[in-house]
Design a protein around this ligand. Structure first.
Ligand code: URA
Length: 204
């Protein structure tokens, strides 16, 4: 595809780029439509790292992870599990908001595998810096990014502690799944499962 000035739209992407600052990342094209990259937040000394999928509309504007509706649900789940948010490091597998316009709204679009892979560069950086004992992978994208080669299906490992690279990895539903499940019961069950995963992480 050609940009209006004649250059190829992908000319400014370099999957092999090794940027030092997230703001300079051009490893995939998601930076173009996002307001800003959203880095992880929390203490470097955190024993638990929570990994989501990607920033949403609110996070893209605020520059902070999990501050929108999914973040509010996550906060309630952390509270129910007795885990203070200040005690965990919260981040995403993909650092830019991927969206498509629907009228005036920016609707979430699931990141592609190549975008998850490109952004793993930053997750690895965070894992090296924080060295968590436990990673809670919130949803399939996070699980894929954390586990890398041959990630298991989310459903098959939900709530279980897997050993990976010297850390325990616990797979949980993504908070948005608990928000969007079709009925009250399903939403409650998904919420409870997230709480249990967080409780398990705190025990390890
Ligand atoms: N969903 C995510 O996966 N991450 C966020 O930061 C917000 C919503």
């Amino acid at each position: 595809m050609q940009a209006p000035d004649g250059r190829e739209a992908s000319d400014d992407i370099d999957p092999d780029q090794q940027p030092r600052r997230l703001q300079d990342c051009r490893r995939c094209g998601l930076w173009r439509d996002a307001t800003q990259p959203v880095a992880g937040a929390g203490k470097r000394s955190a024993r638990i790292m929570l990994v989501g999928e990607q920033p949403g509309d609110k996070e893209d504007l605020a520059g902070q992870p999990f501050v929108g509706p999914a973040g509010a649900l996550l906060d309630r789940a952390l509270q129910a599990a007795g885990v203070p948010r200040e005690a965990v490091y919260v981040t995403n597998a993909v650092k830019h908001f991927k969206w498509q316009a629907r009228g005036k709204r920016r609707m979430h679009k699931t990141p592609a595998q190549r975008e998850i892979e490109a952004c793993h560069y930053w997750l690895e950086d965070e894992l090296r810096a924080v060295r968590p004992r436990v990673v809670v992978a919130l949803g399939a994208t996070a699980l894929r990014s954390v586990m890398q080669a041959k990630p298991p299906a989310l459903k098959a490992v939900l709530g279980r502690a897997l050993e990976h690279d010297g850390m325990a990895v616990i797979a949980a539903y993504h908070p948005s799944f608990a928000l969007r499940a079709p009925d009250t019961q399903a939403r409650r069950r998904a919420f409870e499962a997230i709480v249990q995963a967080l409780e398990r992480a705190a025990r390890l």
